[in-house]
Design a protein around this ligand. Structure first.
Ligand SMILES: Cc1cc2nc3c(=O)[nH]c(=O)nc-3n(C[C@H](O)[C@H](O)[C@H](O)COP(=O)(O)OP(=O)(O)OC[C@H]3O[C@@H](n4cnc5c(N)ncnc54)[C@H](O)[C@@H]3O)c2cc1C
Length: 442
């Protein structure tokens, strides 16, 4: 493995956490003995579930082990889009056209639910800017025209961009074609969390920070006792929204989730003409590698650049160095630009690369967004609250949720090995890409 020199002088904190409104301090309130609904997890899923349950008339307590929004919800890239880790074509192949499209349409509903919140009661710097998938290897662009046709047919206006026209979308010569999808956008995740906290409390939910759920025990009468680090609560229903931070409270969920770290850096503010050259239409960008990079302009025109960087135990300074090198490979214009922030967070992957909602261990859950949760999770949190309140389950709850096919109780010992395998595939594609570039003189 090449030696990576740690990047020094970088603030190891989420840029969104550093620039979000201060949240109310909810560390010291008295826990109630008994409520209708306990929500475990204070990210965008849990806050949405708490808000909706309270709107439906339930008494609600939300438990967050750390601070509100502490998990992936204030650490992500802020890119929000319909769809799942499994693309539309994969859904149709796996579930058939009708069900696959029905699932995809749920994700459009989720995106529009978030958009309506952010164009209404929550100011989270939301912009319907669209996104571009960029082909990292020559073969990766071949399906873009078909994908654009299929997406457009399902109310997702999209078009393929040829390699020679890509400068209209990205200030880089590293890619072999693009797929532009118009119905998506970007927001400030910290401001979204702050808005969801406000709406949950306004609806009547009580939020508790630094309160860890330790155990959920179902009683004969159907109610549950939630043991916490600050005492027990008796509850009619329990909603679990712990995603990439799921632990032993829900053992059967933990056996189905792979917590994978993702990392991000943010540069100093860019000159306006440089920002416009890098990403002319302010879109969200992803590449097509297994170990993919994602990047965007922040609302104040810094460059945010993220990716998996490493599956091995590592440091933020080391991942910042890997990300910076990759950012400059993509955009040599940034060689002299300072990186100011670096951080990481956990994403919950599932073995079928689909998000899941359902009932297990006596709780109702929504989890496993595989790194694409900003749009789907607030909506799923809302929908499972309606389900708990007597409404219909979302279509996603009809999917079976596969176990991780390895002896595994939460410590994913095999991930570094899988990571090296994916990296080897990316290196093979990169060699093909380098050959193509030298043939075409780029
Ligand atoms: C670096 C990174 C970049 C990402 N980028 C994007 C992106 O650009 N677009 C996108 O769509 N998605 C992205 N994601 C994914 C997205 O952030 C998540 O899908 C989403 O935030 C999940 O929200 P959540 O509320 O379900 O989970 P989280 O926000 O992770 O919240 C779970 C909470 O549960 C709490 N918890 C755990 N156990 C307990 C317990 N026993 N008791 C009480 N509380 C507990 C944790 O402390 C945590 O705060 C990214 C994720 C990461 C990490």
């Amino acid at each position: 493995m090449a030696r990576i020199v740690e990047l020094r002088g970088v603030r190891e904190q989420s840029y969104w956490q550093a620039t979000m409104p201060e949240l109310p301090d909810r560390r010291s309130g008295t826990l109630r003995d008994s409520v209708d609904v306990v929500v475990i997890g204070g990210g965008i899923t849990g806050l949405s579930a708490a808000r909706r349950s309270a709107e439906l008339g339930a008494s609600v307590v939300l438990l967050e082990a750390e601070r509100l929004g502490w998990g992936a919800s204030t650490r992500n890239g802020g890119m929000c889009h319909p769809g799942f880790k499994t693309p539309l074509s994969g859904l149709v192949e796996r579930y058939g056209r009708e069900r696959g499209e029905r699932l995809y349409r749920e994700s459009i509903d989720a995106y529009e639910h978030l958009a309506a919140l952010c164009e209404g009661r929550i100011d989270a710097d939301f912009r319907r800017s669209g996104h571009v998938v960029l082909a990292s290897a020559p073969g990766h662009a071949t399906g873009f025209a078909d994908a654009a046709r299929d997406l457009t047919a399902i109310d997702m206006p999209s078009h393929a961009v040829a390699r020679e026209d890509l400068r209209q979308e990205v200030g880089s010569d590293a890619f072999f074609g693009g797929l532009v999808v118009e119905r998506s956008g970007g927001l400030h995740p910290g401001k979204l969390v702050a808005g969801l906290v406000r709406l949950a409390e306004t609806a009547g939910a009580t939020l508790h920070e630094e309160t860890r759920a330790l155990h959920v025990r179902r009683q004969a009468d159907g109610r549950s006792v939630v043991e916490t680090s600050r005492g027990a609560i008796l509850s009619r229903d329990v909603i679990v929204a712990t995603n990439g931070y799921t632990g032993g409270v829900t053992p059967s969920l933990r056996r189905r989730l792979l917590p994978i770290s993702s990392y991000i850096i943010v540069t100093e503010p860019l000159a306006p003409d440089l920002a416009a050259e890098l990403i002319p239409h302010d879109r969200m960008l992803f590449d097509t590698k297994h170990y993919l990079w994602y990047w965007r302009r922040t609302p104040d025109d810094r460059l945010l650049f993220g990716g998996r960087a490493s599956m091995w135990p590592t440091t933020i300074a080391r991942t910042a160095s890997i990300l910076r090198r990759s950012m400059v490979d993509v955009h040599p214009q940034l060689a002299g630009t300072r990186v100011e922030y670096a951080w990481g967070g956990k994403v919950a992957f599932t073995f079928d690369r689909m998000v899941h909602a359902g009932r297990a261990d006596g709780v109702t859950y929504a989890t496993g967004c595989c790194g694409s949760g900003v749009a789907i999770m607030p909506w799923l949190g809302t929908r499972i609250a309606e389900w708990v309140g007597g409404g219909a389950p979302p279509e996603i709850a009809s999917l079976s949720f596969p176990l991780v096919p390895a002896p595994y109780e939460g410590r994913a010992w095999f991930l570094p090995i899988a990571g090296e395998y994916w990296k080897a595939k990316d290196r093979r594609d990169a060699r093909a890409a380098a050959g193509e570039r030298s043939d075409s003189g780029v």
